[in-house]
Design a protein around this ligand. Sequence first.
Ligand SMILES: [Zn+2]
Length: 98
Amino acid sequence: MKIRVMGEDVEAKLYSKSEMGDGKYSGRAFLLQGKIKIWKDMSKQVQEENLLHELIHYADEKMVLGLTEKTIIRLASFFHALISDNPEIFKFTPKLEE
Ligand SMILES: [Zn+2]
């Protein structure tokens, strides 16, 4: 799927372990190529968390935040729970014209 990230299209796709490269990673972000690879042989929740994790890596590189891997893992977990528990989160305000 295509995800719009900070004004750029990023292609996020599921891959088998062998297609992931050296098999060390369950997710990879390729900033220059605009690609995110997620290992497909995981539960949907883990895939989603990995996608958020790689998107946070993207933000980290783009904005030169200097986040640690530990911080990225925690942020991905936080945002996954937040979005999963509140799927309507962006519908809380009426439209401006209303
Ligand atoms: Zn990472």
